[in-house]
Ligand binder design. Sequence first.
Ligand code: C5P
Ligand code: C5P
Length: 490
Amino acid sequence: MLSLHKNQKGLEQKSLEIAGELSSIPYGEPALVVCHLDADGITSGSIIASALLRLGIAPHIRVVKQLDEAAIAEILPIKAKHVIFTDMGTGQRQLLERFGTYDRRIFIIDHHQPPPSTQDDYNSGSVSSIMEFNPHFFGFDGSTEISASGTAFLVAKKMSSENNSLAPLAIVGALGDMQDKGDRSSLVGLNASIAEEAQRSGQVAVSKGLKLYGFESRPLVKSMEYTLNPYLPGLSGDEGACFKFLKSAGIDPRKQDGSWRSISDLSNEEIRQVTSALIKYLISQGLSSQDAESVVGVIYTIKSEGADSPLRDAREYASSVNACGRLGKYGLGVAICLGDRADALAALRELLLDYRKKISGYLRWLESNPSALRVMNSIQAILAGNNIDDRMIGTIISIAFSMKPFTRSKPIFGLSNADGVVKVSARGTPELVRRGLNLGSAIREASEQVGGTGGGHNIAAGGQIPSGKEDAFLSIVDAIVAKMIGGVKL
Ligand code: C5P
Ligand code: C5P
C-alpha cells in the first residue's frame, strides 16, 4: 500500500543520499542521463546534467519516447558507468535491474506512481542495486505535489547550494506536467515550496492575472496568439483572430503611434473588459464556466528571461520545451534548459511557429473527421491512425478535452499509429480522479490484456498496443473505467 503519511525527513535523507552518490562520481568518469521527451522529462534531465556539469562531469544526455527494451538497446552501447534515469524508471524496475548487471550504477529519479510490487519491495527494505528516489515512497503525491523536475531539483540542491539557481526549471517541469491544480491554477505541496523559495531568492515572480503567455510583458494580441495552455479555440495561433476579438471586446490592440499595447498600457477597467470577454468567448466555444474562468490564475514569471522571450512565462517555457520534445528536437530542448540563449533561442522561436501550425492543423483534421471520434459508455476516444504524430497525440487530446464535442465527464483516449504499433494516450480530470479514476492502472491492465504495455499517473497515462487491437483495447479499458467511476450516460 502507498504510504499516506508524509515523511519529510525520509524525503530529505533520500535526496541527500542520492546527491552524495552522484557527487562521488569520479571526475572524468562517463555518465549518462536518460529522460522522457516531455517538458518535465527534459527539465529533470537537464537539472541533473547541470548539477553534474558543475562538478566537472560532462554527461551524455539521451531523450527517449518511453523506457522499453528498444530504448535500452539504443543506450546499451554508450559507455557510461553511471546512468541516471529521470521522469521514468519507477515503472520499469525489472527492465533496469537487467540493464544494471553490466557493471553500471543505475539511478532512478522519478515521480510516477510505483507499481504495487515496487512499493512492497521498498517497504520491506528489499535490496536492489538500483538507487531510486521517488516522492511516492515518502507519502508525497507525484502527480500533484511534485514532478520529476522538482524531485531532481531536491537532489541537485543537496549536491551544491549553487544549484538553487535551477529552481525555475523545477517550476517549469511541474507546470509542464499540469500540476498547477491548486486554487487559481497555483502549484501546491512541494512544488509550492520550491516556487516560494525561488520567489524569495528573486528568481521568480508569482502574480495573478490572465494566464496568457507573456501576459505581463508582451503585447496583448501576441500573448493571446501564443497561448497554448489553456488552448483558446479559434484564437491560439491566429494573430488576426486575436486582433478582431480584442476590437470586438472594445479594446484597441494598438497605441496611437501604431505600436502594440501591452498590459501596462491598459487601464484596470480595460483589463476587466478583456477578462470578461475572454471568459464569455470560451464558454461560447463549449468550455464549462469553471474551465473558462480558469484562464485567470497564478502566473510564474522567470525574471532573468527577456520580456519577449518564450521562456519568461514559466507556462510558455514548459510548452516550448514540450514542443522541442514532441517535434523530436531533443538537443534543442536540452540546450535551452542548459541555458543557451543565443542560437538555441533563435531556433526555438522558429520551431514554435511550426508547432502552433501543427497543433491547429491536427485540430482542424479532428473537426472535419467526426468519424475518428468514438463515444463509449465510460470513455471517449480519438482514433487518429496515421493522421496525428504519435508524439503529439498526448498534447492533442489534452487540448481537445476542453473543446466541443468532447465532455469532461469521461476520460479521453487518443490512439495513433507508431512504427508498427499503436501509441495510446489518456487524460482525465481531478473530478474523475476523485471519483476513483486511475488511468495509469487502467491502461496498464487493458494494454497487457491485448499484448501491450502502459502505465502512468491516475490523471494522465499512456501505453503501446499491437496494431489491430484498438477495438479490443477500447472495450476492455471502457469496462475497467466503468468499474472505477461508473458508466456516464450522455
Ligand atoms: O511522463 P510524465 O508523467 O511526466 O507525463 C505526464 C504527461 O501528462 C505530461 O505530458 C502532461 O502534460 C500530462 N498531464 C496532463 N494532465 C494532467 C497531468 C499530466 O495532460 N492533469
Ligand atoms: O505519452 P503521454 O504524454 O500520453 O504519457 C502520459 C503518461 O503515461 C506519462 O506519465 C508517461 O510516462 C506514461 N506512459 C507510460 N508508458 C507508456 C507511455 C506513457 O507509463 N508506454
